[in-house]
Design a protein around this ligand. Structure first.
Ligand code: CP
Ligand code: NVA
Length: 305
């Protein structure tokens, strides 16, 4: 049976902790396991990417496989070929497909028709590879104490926020989410996070007050206010202004607070330049860890049934 990775709930809590711990070993080991030797993986991207594309390509190469970058505009998809025909064709050539696209529904349809594992590299709804890696970054810092820290997600209730909610449920973390009323997370992801929390002991709180969310927080996480494909609107910008991660907001958190950002950042909007630079070392370690986590994920998906 192929193992897809479309959302974090495709892993159970035991598997997700295994991956975090395995990432630590992989990051430390000099030579990556050659688990993708002889395998060809496609990266089908319809949106720009710096970190996800490059970290996956390098991860695949270090695991002994070959990555083939497929831009939508160069495929017959751009001329209207069916998703299901594309998926069935690519399944005959490739051993796996990593997809970044606008529509989560499109990704789900592709996955249904694909005979080979599909990995979600970001959709309008979720970004599970990012958040799996972010949990590893916190595990690297806090160890098993990660369950006791307070994490505040502040800003737009977007794809990254949705995946954070599921991660809180899956790993049993304490997550406070502060978004404007009209820009909250997706209710389906929220329910999934809450359902998982009831098994793992996680806590997920939603608020429209960023100060409440960051009070005594160990970690503040933010992301852009306008995601790829989200049209810029004055009204949304105004609603999000009180959610900017700036010096004043972080002074409400613990003195030892860490700030995370999945990148790319729009400095002056969701985060000020001075706060970004103060936490740059941590933020770029967060970016680096995408590579290590994805190696653990690829090893898991291609070696476990
Ligand atoms: N964080 C992230 O996914 O970055 P890219 O858009 O550059 O891949
Ligand atoms: N929410 C952002 C994340 C970018 C990695 C977007 O979808 O554009």
């Amino acid at each position: 049976m192929k193992r897809d990775f479309i959302d974090l709930w495709n892993l159970d809590p035991e598997e997700s902790w295994y991956l975090v711990r395995r990432t630590e070993e992989i990051k430390r080991e000099k030579d990556a396991p050659q688990v993708l030797r002889g395998k060809n993986l496609g990266l089908l991207f319809t949106k720009p990417s710096t970190r996800t594309r490059v970290s996956f390509e390098v991860a695949i190469s270090q695991l002994g496989g070959k990555a083939i970058f497929l831009q939508e505009k160069e495929l017959q998809l751009s001329r209207g070929e069916d998703v299901k025909d594309t998926a069935r064709t690519l399944s005959r050539y490739l051993d796996g497909v990593i997809i970044r696209t606008h529509s989560h529904t499109w990704l789900e349809e592709f996955t249904r028709w694909s005979d080979v594992p599909v990995i979600n590299a970001l959709t309008d709804k979720s970004h599970p590879c990012q958040v799996l890696s972010d949990v590893y970054t916190l595990y690297e810092r806090f160890g098993e104490g990660i369950k006791g820290i307070k994490i505040a997600f502040v800003g737009d209730g977007n794809n990254v926020c949705n995946s954070w909610i599921v991660a809180a449920g899956l790993f049993g973390l304490n997550l406070f989410v502060a978004t404007p009323e009209d820009y909250g997370p997706d209710s389906y992801y929220l329910q999934a996070g809450l359902d998982l929390s009831s098994f793992t002991g996680g806590n997920i709180y939603l608020t429209t007050n960023p100060v409440e969310a960051v009070k005594d927080a160990d970690v503040i996480y933010t992301d852009v206010w306008f995601s790829m494909g989200d049209e810029r609107r004055e009204e949304k910008l105004e609603a999000l202004k009180p959610f900017q991660v700036n010096g004043d907001l972080i002074s409400r958190a613990k003195d030892s607070v860490l700030v995370m950002h999945c990148l790319p950042a729009k400095k002056g909007e969701e985060i000020t330049e001075d706060v970004f630079e103060r936490f740059a070392e941590f933020i770029f370690t967060q970016a680096e860890n995408r590579l290590h986590t994805q190696k653990a994920l690829l090893e898991f998906l291609f070696t476990r049934q």
